[in-house]
Design a protein around this ligand. Structure first.
Ligand code: SR1
Ligand code: MG
Length: 397
């Protein structure tokens, strides 16, 4: 269900969130509702409403007219709520099992009301505790392959694809990524945030001219390649999982971008967790990286062979070329993500909560070095095993 409401935008409170749920008749009249704001992301409000009689629960997500992580000094429009609800529907069309159900959305109020996934863990939090999600990489590989293939020129008539592309023009949130992932961490910019102990490492990164050239090329791909509808923020905080289920949330950064971006961000966030682990406990993360790529490759290749509408897709070598470019770009994007999560504006708990402090700094120094190598050497990295080898060389196992 989706409407354009006559209601005036106001940030919801726990009380008005309950009122909204009642007005929309999402619960019965006899329900006993409680509501809490549970948002721990950087941008939005997230309310969980529970009916203590039926045990039914829902999530109301609402965009704020600014970035919550910084405050009102960083204004943002509410358009991301519309992008998010459209993207959830689009992705559900092709990968339903990996997407939360949307019950209602309202452009004016900037809300999306959806399935409560509280029976699952946020993958970042689970990984930090050392938990494993055995099917995570298989599910994410399949999710990315399906969402990318079915929104690309390989599956869609080019006219149809361009119509869809218009619905996902997302300049504001793309700018956040252009700045926070691809630009600010590579210069002495005020948004950067790092410990004084990292000063030498950070300054050496800013002086690394070959690195900057490669980052410029990756940024250009992000700015200009409209290959397919990407999630745009596929880190481990955007994924819920259990032993058997995986759900991808928060596609407010969705737009038509390069094929390798979502894979790169997911892989980077597994790697960011690896820096805080002992060698033996790391192996499961490298296994997940391997399975993600293999599943992506197999699923994408299958869809290409069965469903491609592109006349050139039967030409020998074309699929291999697309996969090779995607892998190489994913490695480079992963390097940018590792660096920005270490010294940029938006950090990750995987590194920031490491103790003691000396281990945290050592892990961050390794992360910076590893990110640089991924970006500069991405053309020489042909297999996921080589990512593992490079990691081992840098952390000296
Ligand atoms: C101001 S937003 C900072 C970060 O949070 C989002 O999840 C994106 O990763 C963005 O870069
Ligand atoms: Mg998010």
């Amino acid at each position: 269900m989706s409407t354009i409401s006559a209601r005036q935008y106001e940030p919801l409170t726990t009380e008005s969130a309950i009122e909204l749920a009642k007005k929309l008749q999402l619960f019965t009249n006899t329900s006993a509702l409680t509501c809490e704001e549970i948002g721990d992301g950087n941008l939005n409000l997230v309310f969980r409403i529970v009916d203590h009689h039926s045990k039914k629960s829902i999530i109301i997500k609402q965009a704020l007219p600014y970035a919550k992580v910084v405050g009102e000094s960083w204004p943002l429009t509410l358009q991301r709520a519309t992008i998010e609800s459209h993207a959830l529907r689009q992705f559900a069309d092709v990968a339903r099992e990996y997407v939360p159900k949307v019950y209602y959305s309202d452009q004016q109020l900037a809300v999306t009301i959806m399935e409560d996934l509280s029976h699952l863990d946020i993958v970042r939090k689970g990984l930090i505790k050392g938990k494993n999600y055995p099917l995570l990489s298989q599910h994410i590989g399949e999710y990315v392959a399906k969402t990318l293939f079915y929104t690309s020129d390989f599956a869609l008539d080019p006219q149809e694809k361009k119509k869809l592309l218009k619905q996902f023009i997302n300049p504001e949130l793309c700018k956040i990524t252009e700045d926070l992932v691809f630009t600010d961490p590579f210069f002495d910019h005020e948004t950067n945030d790092y410990e004084v102990e990292l000063k030498n490492d950070v300054e050496s990164l800013w002086k690394d001219k070959p690195l900057l050239l490669e980052v410029a090329k990756l940024k250009e791909k992000f700015l200009t390649n409209s290959d397919a509808l990407i999630h745009g923020d596929l880190h481990t905080g955007s994924i819920f999982a259990s032993d058997s289920e995986t759900k991808v949330i928060d596609p407010e950064f969705a737009f038509f971008g390069p094929l390798g971006f979502d894979l790169g961000q997911f892989i980077a966030n597994l790697l960011l967790n690896a820096f805080g682990r002992t060698n033996s406990k790391r192996q499961i993360l490298f296994h997940h990286i391997d399975v993600t790529w293999k599943t992506f490759k197999e699923t994408f290749s299958f869809l290409w062979k069965e469903h491609s509408v592109e006349v050139f897709s039967k030409v020998d070598g074309y699929l291999d070329y697309v996969l090779q470019e995607t892998f190489e770009d994913a490695i480079g994007f992963a390097g940018c993500e590792v660096i920005r999560r270490t010294i940029g504006l938006a950090h990750v708990a995987d590194l920031d909560e490491l103790n003691p402090f000396e281990s945290r700094i050592a892990a961050k120094q390794n992360a910076l070095q590893f990110g640089r190598e991924l970006i500069k050497n991405r053309r020489n990295i042909q297999t996921t095993d080589q990512i593992n080898q490079l990691f081992n060389e840098i952390v000296n196992v």
